[in-house]
Design a protein around this ligand. Structure first.
Ligand code: G3I
Length: 328
């Protein structure tokens, strides 16, 4: 009989990636997810404005298609995202009455989280709620939700998701949590503070999502990340890497130099994250540079294609993907 003599050992920590409906018809693209991922999740299709575009209209088909693809191929999946400053649909943004907005948030969660209950192992309940603008010391980011409901929108959302899918792990997801510098120390401290407030109110939070949009020229603070993970661990909160990729525009030396720098960034991130023990998962924000969200959303000024993802445009794994394979 032919075939492999032994199967590859399963990963201790699952690896996954976000898939996009736009590129789903590309069989080679789909194959990368099928061949290399344990978790496959919709990148955009569960966002508020896409899944709930009008007050009485839900558009589940694109997300269904991607979640079905995951389950049919034996993959796990997860939900991204409920509360976010971006992607607030116009019908919702037009509302003014806080009570009405709170009711609509609960209705949204019951419909969307409820529909996928049991199929998505975790949800990014709140995404990017920590302040972004200078001086970076207001803990909360300005957003539709913050303006409408104040910071209590966070406990409202966590409680609602827990109610709609009691088994889903509840994640507080954010970016710029891994770099060196005071600004990033403050962002890490804000996350710990928000998590503490949830727990003080007896609301469950299972994990903090480190998006992991890395820049190959920006240092990851391994020690600070380790302390952050330890502080959360003491609170019973795990880490999960949710949107890993590496922007390498500023690195010279061509693809070889860029790949080496990217691998260093990812290696540092993994070291910092694993300091508190294995994370729930490591998830990339796409698989191949052939279909890169960066080129869609924030293309490089001079038109150079970006190279943020684990496989290059020809489908070859980069050094940093090999590193992930080794570590997970
Ligand atoms: O599909 C349409 C296409 O038909 C149209 O021609 C084109 C013109 O703008 O837009 C295409 O849709 C875009 C879609 O990405 C598909 O690429 C949307 O405009 C664009 O807004 C959307 O951007 C997504 C962005 O979030 C906003 O939702 C990106 O794919 C997605 O990667 C990005 O993901 C975020 C995470 O949710 C949160 N963390 C940061 C991360 C990166 O910004």
């Amino acid at each position: 009989a032919s075939g492999p003599a032994f199967a590859a050992a399963p990963r201790r920590v699952p690896f996954g990636s976000a898939i996009q409906a736009e590129y789903f018809d590309d069989a080679g693209y789909r194959a990368l997810f099928r061949d290399h991922c344990d978790i496959v999740l919709p990148m955009n299709e569960l966002k508020f404005d896409l899944v709930h575009p009008e007050r009485e209209v839900f558009a589940f088909e694109p997300a269904d298609r991607l979640v079905d693809f995951a389950t049919e191929n034996g993959k796990r999946s997860r939900g991204h995202t409920v509360v976010w400053w971006n992607g607030v649909p116009p019908w919702l943004a037009a509302l003014n009455d806080p009570r009405e907005i709170e009711t609509e948030l609960r209705r949204h969660v019951d419909a969307v989280v409820g529909r996928y209950a049991g199929r998505l192992e975790s949800w990014d309940v709140c995404n990017e709620v920590v302040a972004h603008e200078a001086p970076y010391d207001a803990p909360m980011r300005d957003s539709f939700w913050q303006r409408a409901l104040g910071s209590r929108h966070i406990p409202i959302a966590f409680r609602a998701v827990a109610g709609a899918d009691p088994k889903a792990k509840l994640v507080l997801n954010d970016y710029d949590l891994e770099f060196r510098g005071e600004r990033y120390d403050r962002r890490r401290a804000s996350i710990v503070e928000i998590a503490r407030q949830l727990q003080d109110a007896a609301i469950r939070i299972d994990a903090v999502g480190i998006q992991g949009h890395l820049y190959a020229d920006q240092a990851v603070d391994i020690e600070a990340l380790g302390r952050f993970g330890e502080a959360l661990k003491r609170m019973g909160i795990a880490l999960i890497v949710t949107e890993l990729d590496v922007i390498d525009w500023k690195i010279s030396g061509g693809p070889a130099g860029q790949d080496a720098a990217a691998a260093k960034s990812v290696g540092d991130l993994l070291e910092g994250v694993f300091a508190a023990g294995p994370p729930l998962a490591v998830i990339a924000w796409g698989m191949t540079d052939r279909h890169s969200w960066v080129d869609d959303v924030m293309p490089h000024g001079d038109g150079t294609p970006s190279r943020p993802l684990p496989f290059d445009a020809t489908g070859r794994p980069k050094h940093w993907f090999r590193l992930i394979e080794k570590r997970l």
